[in-house]
Structure formats: C-alpha cells, structure tokens
Design a binder for this molecule. Structure first.
Ligand SMILES: Cc1ncc(COP(=O)(O)O)c(C=O)c1O
Length: 455
C-alpha cells in the first residue's frame, strides 16, 4: 500500500505531506450537485465564487486535500476547531482505543470519563472555576451558561456585544450581536441587549441590579478578530462585581492555546464566573463542549441535579478523546509554540501590510488568532478566492467581511508560516494585476469599511 511521506516530526507530527488517495473530480462534482440539491444551493454558489468549493478528502495536521487532489493549508479550521491539528495521530489513537471499549455511555449515570475530564478542566481553568456541565457544541455550552446565570442570580438581563457570536441555539442566538441572525426568529428571549465591544463606558451604562450576566468573547472572532483595550476586561469585572452580575467568558474560539495562552482571559488576568469551551476540545474528531463555573454557582444545581440534561453531552467517548487533546497540548508545549508561530506570522503580515497599503488597512489579533482587515468589504471574498488559488483555505469573518481570519492549526511550523505569507503576497499580486473571479459573482458590496462598521 502507498504510504504517505511524513514530515514535521517536531510538534505533534508526523503529518502526511503527500496525497494518499486517488483524486476523483467526478465524485467531487457529484457531491457539490447533491449538496446543492439536498442541502443548500446558495452555499455552493458562494463557496464556488470564493474559490472554496472544496470537498475535503484527506486531512492531516495543518493540511487538507480536496477530493480533486489539491492541497490547502487550512487557515479556517472550522473557526478554531483543529488546534491540535486535523487527525492528530495521538488523538486518533485515543479515539480508536476508546471505541474498542466505550460508547456514548448512559447520560443518567455517573461516568468515569466525565469525572476525569471535569477534574482536569478544574485544574487547568482560571481561578476558582472548578465545576463542569458538558454539552455537545458551543451553542449548547452558552445556553447552559446563561441558564445558570439566570437561575443562580434570579435576575434576567443578559448583556452581550455588537457583532459578538455565540452560536445559533436559543439563548445563544438571543445574545447574537448581528441583527440579521436574530430578526427572522423574533421574539427571542427577552431582556437581552448588545453594546459595542471594547467600550467600557457603554457596558457600564447598561449594568444594574437586574443584570444576571455579561457575556463576552475575550477576542471577538466572527466580529472580525477584535482585540479589546488592555484594561477593558478588568473594568468590566469590577463593574459586574459592583452590581452583583456574573461575568461569562466565551472561550469557544479563543481557548485551548489559540491566542498563545491556554485561555485568552490569561492575557488580561481576569477570572470569569463562568467559562465555555468547545470546538478544539474534541480534537477534530468528536463533538464536545463544557461550561465551567465556580463551586458557589453550583449551589444552584444541588437541589436541581436534573435541571439541565444532554443525552450526548460529554459522552464517554468524547471525554476520552478530549483528555488526550489536553495531554497533547500539555506534553508538546503547544501553547508556547502557538505564541511563537503567531509572532512570526504577525511580523510577516506587518511587512506585507506595508507593501500593499492599497489593500490592507490593519493586521491584528493574539497568538494564532489573526485578522487581516482589508480596505473594503469585497476584498474579503476576493482574497479568499485568490488565496485558494495559492493553496490556502481562508475565509473572511462572518460578521465582518472585510476581515480575513487566519487561524491555522497550532501545530504549524515555520515553513508553513512562510508558505502562508508567500500565498498572501501572491494573492495580493493577483489583485494588483486585476485578476480574479467575476466581481458580480462574489455578491460582495463594495463599500468602505468605516461606513460598514456604522451600519
Ligand atoms: C465564540 C463562539 N461561541 C460559540 C460558538 C458556537 O459554537 P457551535 O457552532 O459549536 O454551536 C462559536 C462558533 O463558531 C464561536 O466562535
């Protein structure tokens, strides 16, 4: 049997560097046609226009291969879901071992795997966060965080941020910072409001004794990789304490090393009352999320042990996989590695920004959570297209199309950072040369970023 050449032994590797399947453009086309017919035709159109009509076949570390045989450096990573790399060999082995003896488990019973993972999370999460409720996805984790905040405080107001993103489930959707996601489903949960992110005065103005919780991403992800001013979170923490409101950090995208710290809150030295994690916790293999909170808040659950249940949340299989994800992060020094690779990427991108001022307005982020803001919205989809032509899968932010997210697997090495930087230059050169997909097909509106931000 053909054995792929392995590279990258140093961090979590080895990764396959060569294709180990037979490319099948016909099967690819069939998948796209069936997807359009039975799932979502508009998604197929939009992805095609952005050069991202990719049908994933082989996945390995920071790389993914399309069914037609093209290789891409995955800089989207399902919005930060593949921190330890795709199909990390250690995590795959742990999943195989778990499959040999476990299944989901009985959600009503106490479970060894749940207990072990919860104990581990208690050790590695900030401050006095020590109790866990498991779920299957990020939205579910946020839903429980808000239920806990309301239940424990017996207050109703939830404050989140404009352009914030917390998922599409009930409470999480009510907290969404983009009206277009909320409006078709209104009336949603009452007593939710959104204030501008990073602006302490506006959050302070709405906090009062009826506020149950403030819900914040430590770095806004879908909002366009927005980093708050350094004292923002400590000010919010103090204001929450003043009115007795809880502080919830959504670390679903920022956590598990993404920003160069295990949790992004560590950059600010602020401990929340409730924290959510998901995505990369499942090691790209299983769905799992966790809402972690203080013992004090657990008091609410003592008389109500069955008030929040999830059949598959924190299944025995998923917990076994997640434990190995945490082992990998710890054993390989992945967090420090992400910080070092982030520094390299930032240095290169700042040089590129200087060379292409007609396209790039800003480069920002923390660690390997990087945003490149273009001077206008249409450049987001156009750059996705050009980057795809140079072997990079990257997509603009959901709530801010002018901002390209670069969030590769944390296991990338220097040559892969160079590959990404080269692809950026090549894609920008394509823009300069006026090459590219038909503008109309991108359906992007050409309007200046500053105006877009006001709308
Ligand atoms: C910050 C944040 N919170 C919550 C979610 C929702 O997670 P899920 O899609 O697993 O429900 C996401 C997903 O992108 C996210 O980025």
């Amino acid at each position: 049997m053909y054995r792929p050449k392995m590279v990258n032994e140093s961090v979590n590797g080895p990764w396959a560097n060569e294709i180990d399947f037979l490319p099948d453009p016909v099967a690819k086309q069939r998948a796209l046609d069936e997807f359009a017919t039975y799932l979502n035709p508009q998604k197929v159109r939009v992805m095609r226009a952005a050069g991202l009509d990719i049908i994933e076949a082989q996945r390995s570390g920071p790389w993914v291969w399309d069914l037609d045989g093209r290789r891409f450096l995955d800089c989207f990573t399902s919005a930060g879901s593949f921190n330890v790399g795709r199909r990390n060999p250690r995590v795959v082995a742990a999943a195989h071992a778990a499959l040999d003896r476990l299944d989901h488990g009985n959600f009503l019973l106490c479970s060894q795997q749940k207990a072990e993972l919860a104990a581990r999370l208690a050790r590695i999460t900030p401050g006095d966060l020590s109790c866990t409720m498991f779920g299957t996805g990020g939205g579910e984790a946020i839903d429980f965080a808000i239920k806990l905040a309301r239940g424990a405080t017996r207050r109703s107001k939830i404050v989140s941020t404009v352009n914030g993103y917390h998922g599409h489930t009930g409470f999480a959707l009510s907290a969404a910072g983009r009206a277009a996601f909320r409006e078709p489903f209104e009336p949603l949960m009452p007593e939710f409001s959104q204030v501008p992110f990073g602006d302490f005065a506006s959050i302070n103005a709405v906090l009062d004794e009826s506020t149950a919780a403030v819900l914040l991403e430590p770095v806004q992800g879908e909002g366009g990789i927005v980093v708050a001013p350094p004292d923002y979170f400590s000010q919010v923490r103090a204001a929450c304490d003043r009115v007795g409101a809880l502080l919830i950090f959504d670390e679903i995208q920022t956590g598990l090393g993404r920003t160069g710290k295990l949790w992004a809150s560590e950059h600010y030295g602020v401990v929340p009352d409730i924290m959510t994690t998901a995505k990369s916790l499942g090691g790209s293999l299983v769905p799992i999320s966790a809402t972690v909170f203080s013992e004090e808040l657990r008091e609410f659950l003592i008389p109500n042990p069955f008030i929040h249940l999830s059949t598959f949340g924190g299944s025995d299989l998923a917990c076994a996989v997640a434990l190995e994800v945490l082992n990998v992060i710890e054993d390989t020094g992945l967090v420090a590695h992400a910080a070092a690779m982030g520094d390299l990427l930032f240095a290169g991108l700042h040089e590129i920004a200087k060379d292409y001022p007609e396209f790039i307005a800003d480069v920002r982020g923390l660690g390997l959570m990087v945003g490149v803001e273009y001077v206008e919205d249409s450049l987001g989809p156009r750059m996705s297209y050009h980057l795809s032509q140079h072997g990079v899968l990257a997509i603009y932010s959901g709530n801010q199309p002018a901002v390209m997210r670069l969030m590769p697997a944390l296991v990338i090495e220097e040559p892969e950072v160079e590959f990404l930087l080269d692809a950026m230059r090549l894609a920008l050169n394509d823009l300069r040369a006026g090459a590219g997909p038909d503008e109309a097909t991108t359906r992007a509106r050409r309007r200046p970023v500053r105006d877009a931000a006001k709308q």
